[in-house]
Design a protein around this ligand. Structure first.
Ligand code: UT7
Length: 323
């Protein structure tokens, strides 16, 4: 059988870091409130010369370098984003062009904060189905461009950035001890649309719109949805919290991450946290956190890594990878 094995990883952040203190001049907020309620201390905000595609390109080039691959070795690009440079063409095709790739396929995938989990699962299905051999999976966002900078309930929470991994189709015996994507589960339920959405779009308002969120309502559902979908991955693989080497959750709020890990019985020392430095970067948050833990040597080859996310829609899901 085929397994989708990780070959490289990379990240790209905007140049400018914005500490909570700076936001005290923008809306009625305090560093203390933001840290206490979310764990966020700073985020990166894209400058005029930085976009979702430029950040995505930076992450892709870093991942190619790490994998020792050339752009032409890639025959599938999936970009998870809700903030593409243009309504179309897809950010993935733009990034494909920036990398000088002329073959294969490239498309965007929109599942908001769950985008990277959806994109890894989709790439894995393409590779296992024989539709591609090497996939570049990118999460790239510039949420700062869809924030209402007068709404303190949302503008302090999000940041910009991009992360990427490369997955390669590798012949495998398909054992749990073999490297690659072991299992994934995706969920969505549009009944929750009004709790987290953007109030514009090409076919409705002909504007980009601004992010709107009933934060407390999202919070109320998050832990249950995250833990349910992870339990489902556990039962598919026959593994449990003790088998996990690293838990790399979507980075929306430290309190949600802590509560989810506690409910699942995952040791806090195994949880990768970046929300303090990057804020919530939506589809980019998981790959950025992965790169953090890979660069400092925490995640090593053969480790079992559990990814999860929940976001607008609602969408939610989890992926287990033997790194
Ligand atoms: O990534 C996609 C998924 N998104 C999430 O997972 C986000 C989920 N939600 C959350 O993380 C939290 O609900 C928030 C961080 C958004 C808010 O935390 P909370 O503990 O749920 O606070 P709250 O919304 O209940 O607001 C508490 C108070 C309110 O004041 P009153 O009504 O009690 O007087 C807010 O107006 O905090 C006030 N508030 C603020 N105060 C200072 C809201 N935003 C701010 C702010 N600074 N930035």
């Amino acid at each position: 059988m085929i397994r989708s094995v990780v070959k490289g990883y990379g990240a790209c952040l905007p140049k400018r870091a914005v500490p909570n203190k700076d936001l005290e001049n923008v809306v009625d907020t305090t560093d203390e409130w933001i840290v206490q309620r979310t764990g966020i201390r700073q985020r990166y905000i894209a400058g005029d010369d930085e976009t979702t595609c430029s950040l995505g390109e930076g992450a892709a080039r870093a991942a190619l370098r790490k994998a020792g691959l050339q752009p032409d070795d890639i025959d599938l690009i999936i970009v998870a984003t809700s903030t593409p440079d243009n309504t179309f063409p897809a950010a993935a095709v733009d990034i494909q062009n920036r990398l000088g790739i002329r073959g294969g396929a490239a498309f965007d995938l929109q599942a908001v904060c769950t985008g990277f989990v959806y994109a890894v699962t989709t790439a894995d299905a393409y590779l296992r189905g024989g539709l591609a051999t090497r996939a570049l999976v990118i999460g790239a966002e510039t949420f700062s461009r869809i924030l209402d900078w007068e709404d303190r309930g949302t503008c302090v929470l999000f940041g910009d950035g991009a992360g990427a991994i490369i997955l390669e189709a590798v012949e495998s015996d398909g054992e749990l001890s073999d490297r690659g994507v072991l299992a994934s589960k995706l969920r969505s339920d549009g009944d929750h649309k009004d709790k987290l959405y953007v109030d514009g779009g090409p076919s409705s308002t002909q504007t980009v719109g601004h992010l709107r969120m009933q934060g407390r309502e999202v919070f109320k559902h998050a832990v249950g949805m995250i833990t349910d979908v992870i339990e489902s991955v556990f039962s598919t693989t026959g593994m449990n919290a003790e088998d996990i080497d690293w838990f790399v959750p979507h980075q929306a709020n430290k309190r949600i991450i802590d509560a989810s890990a506690r409910k699942l019985g995952i040791d806090p020392d195994k949880v990768v946290i970046t929300v303090d430095r990057y804020g919530n970067t939506s589809a980019a948050s998981i790959p950025l956190a992965l790169v953090d833990a890979l660069d400092d040597g925490r995640i090593k080859e053969n480790d079992v890594v559990l990814l999860e996310a929940m976001g607008g829609g609602f969408t939610w899901g989890a992926v287990m990878i033997r790194w």
